[in-house]
Design a protein around this ligand. Structure first.
Ligand code: NAD
Length: 307
């Protein structure tokens, strides 16, 4: 039996469950939500597609204790304020994880948390603190989603396939994240060289800004972001569940990398069955290093109230 646990059956939680069922890695998906009516509706709707998943999948409207029996738990609860400001969201979401994470641990959880709830770096820090788990077992979804957005936007800007773009966003999953152009390649060619050789122009700041604020378009347009994050989370889950050692830009506790300590921020990390196996330190320019450290300090300012 492979069980996935999901806390929060909202817009994100339900599509994470659906995507996981379509990928076929789990045969039991347990969701928990304080809104029991919604939870029942979500489970019933997911079940209605039973005939179409690659394997038989049981959807369970569960308790905290049921979720705790999973090997992987996605933290996707949330109380999003109307302005969608991360700082405003922290207070409520911090209170929630402070309440339910110890309950999950008391029920015997011994797996890996994937934290989506925003601000996801500071909430990952809180989940780590309140779980008492080794930090490697807590993965913030971090800038994995933003990195995919950067690939989409660069591919569209330069008329190439998204699969021909190597790019990433680093730092906070929030406004202070940045696009390290020193790491970008298009068709395997370093970005600046690609632009020059093809007589193109690059408004680097504008591209970066459109990635950073990309989420607003979906959120203020339809009230949620779902497909990118659900697939991102499932990529992370796959790496854990199948012990794939894949490297993804996720939020991990730093202990000196880039000169950053005691903060969860994103850099590429190797992910396997026990969570984060290696934090990769990239060869960034001085200016990028400075942005990295500044971004980490922004996250630190959120997490100050985590005991
Ligand atoms: N990290 C990312 O890239 C990313 C992307 C999208 C959304 N998010 C975040 O994910 C979270 C969920 O987003 P959403 O769009 O699904 O929100 P939503 O409002 O649709 O759903 C949140 C759900 O959490 C439930 N909930 C609230 N408190 C709870 C608690 N204590 N225990 C269990 N369930 C609880 C609510 O009842 C609701 O069903 C938010 O914090 C959002 O900002 C993060």
């Amino acid at each position: 039996m492979a069980r996935l646990g999901i806390i929060g059956a909202g817009h994100v939680g339900e599509i994470v469950a659906y995507t996981a069922a379509l990928r076929g890695g789990y045969n039991e998906i347990v969701l928990y939500d304080i809104d029991e009516k919604r939870l029942d509706g979500v489970v019933s709707d997911l079940e209605d597609a039973n005939r179409f998943y690659p394997h038989d999948t049981a959807f369970i409207a569960g308790t905290i204790e049921d979720v705790a029996k999973a090997k992987e738990i996605v933290v996707a609860s949330g109380r999003i304020p109307e302005n969608a400001q991360r700082r405003d969201e922290f207070k409520n979401n911090h209170e929630d994880v402070k309440d339910y994470i110890p309950k999950i641990m008391a029920a015997g959880f011994d797996g890996v948390f994937v934290v989506v709830t925003n601000p996801c770096d500071a909430i990952a820090y809180a989940v780590w603190k309140y779980s008492g788990l080794d930090a490697s077992r807590v993965i913030g979804s971090g800038t994995a989603l933003d990195s995919e957005r950067s690939q989409t936007i660069l591919a569209r800007t330069y008329g190439v396939s998204v699969h021909s773009v190597n790019s990433m966003m680093l730092g906070e999953h929030g406004d202070s994240q940045f696009l390290p152009y020193s790491q970008v390649k298009i068709n395997h060619i370093p970005f600046d060289q690609y632009i020059e050789e093809n007589n193109l122009t690059a408004d680097k700041d504008a591209i970066e800004e459109s990635v950073v604020y990309r989420g607003h378009r979906a959120f203020f347009g339809k009230g949620s972001t779902q497909y990118g994050i659900a697939n991102t989370v499932n990529d992370i889950l796959d790496a854990v569940h199948f012990d794939s050692k894949k490297s993804l830009q996720v939020s991990a506790l730093h202990t000196g990398e880039y000169g950053v300590d005691d903060v969860f921020v994103s850099t590429p990390c190797v992910i396997g069955k026990d969570g984060i196996e290696k934090i990769i330190t990239l060869n960034l320019t001085d200016e990028e290093m400075e942005k990295y450290r500044k971004s980490a300090e922004t996250v630190r300012s959120y997490q100050a109230s985590v005991e």
